[in-house]
Design a protein around this ligand. Structure first.
Ligand code: ADE
Length: 272
């Protein structure tokens, strides 16, 4: 789907045929979760920054891939508004969300990485009018991530772990990271209690991680037919220790993980 917009990316190849250079949209909630992506873009291609709807959209090439990079800020409305602008004003071809999340699955530890196969809103409940978790009038509760994008992200995570996982674990005092694939759940709450995370496990036993934006991104992308994928590093386990664990992971580790994963993902994408 192409909607044109501020960055309608169509040019001509050497033979004069029209070719698409539609960029990839990359977003995170908080600046620490983007790592050095904008600096890397500045060094590689220069950055054109467009302010739209009180957000800065950074356009350029990073690790060989044309991208629009921005911050969604926190929560589902902020994420939905931002991804809608990426689609309509910047004509992105696909969307990748990167950041941290709370671990919900019992096997998911701080420092692990979760790549979403599907996303849903754990706080959406219009029952008894509609089934709990279902988006009213859309008839969907779980939004699938794009399979190819999710595979590429997971492959980038596995390469990161093979090349640097041990060193990262030693440097940050975490377990050697593992990659999990499955359900990520989103809601407008920072989950920070044993009872809160238990309630999520009871309601959604296959949930691996909880955060505050992914399912909103996935819903908007589903409605507009734009492929999307979400990768999250586990900063905390959504229990009573979550605020401290989240804060130290965000300042000390999140950017390193994001840089390592996105560099490998974008280099592989730029190479095709
Ligand atoms: N993002 C990171 N940790 C989280 C948590 N515990 N709850 C919601 N979003 C999060």
């Amino acid at each position: 789907m192409s909607t044109g917009g501020l960055n309608a990316g169509v040019g001509a190849d050497g033979a004069g045929a029209l070719v698409s250079h539609r960029p990839l949209g990359i977003l995170a909630a908080l600046p620490q979760e983007l790592g050095d992506l904008i600096e890397a873009m500045r060094a590689e291609s220069g950055v054109r920054t467009i302010t739209h709807g009180q957000r800065d959209y950074h356009l350029g090439t990073v690790h060989g891939a044309p991208c629009v990079v921005t911050l969604a800020r926190v929560g589902k409305v902020a994420a939905a508004a931002t991804v809608s602008a990426l689609i309509h004003a910047f004509d992105v071809e696909a969307v990748v969300f990167t950041g941290v999340a709370g671990g919900v699955g019992t096997e998911v530890r701080v420092g692990d990485i979760v790549v979403a196969n599907a996303l849903m809103q754990h706080d959406l409940d219009a029952s008894p009018l509609f089934p709990r978790f279902e988006v009213p009038l859309l008839g969907v509760s779980r939004f699938a991530a794009d399979g190819a994008l999710a595979d590429q992200l997971a492959a980038a995570c596995e390469r990161f772990i093979a090349e640097e996982g041990g060193a990262s674990a030693a440097r940050f005092g975490t377990h050697e990271p593992r990659v999990h694939r499955g359900l990520i759940i989103s809601g407008d709450q920072f989950v920070a209690s044993a009872t809160g995370v238990e309630a999520l496990r009871d309601a959604l036993p296959d949930a691996l991680a909880v955060e505050m934006e992914g399912a909103a991104i996935a819903q908007v992308c589903y409605e507009y037919g734009v492929p999307c994928a979400v990768v999250r590093t586990i900063s905390d386990t959504a229990d009573d220790h979550a605020p401290q664990s989240f804060a130290s992971f965000l300042t000390e580790i999140a950017g390193t993980y994001s840089n390592a994963i996105l560099r490998r993902f974008l280099e592989a994408r730029g190479a095709v």
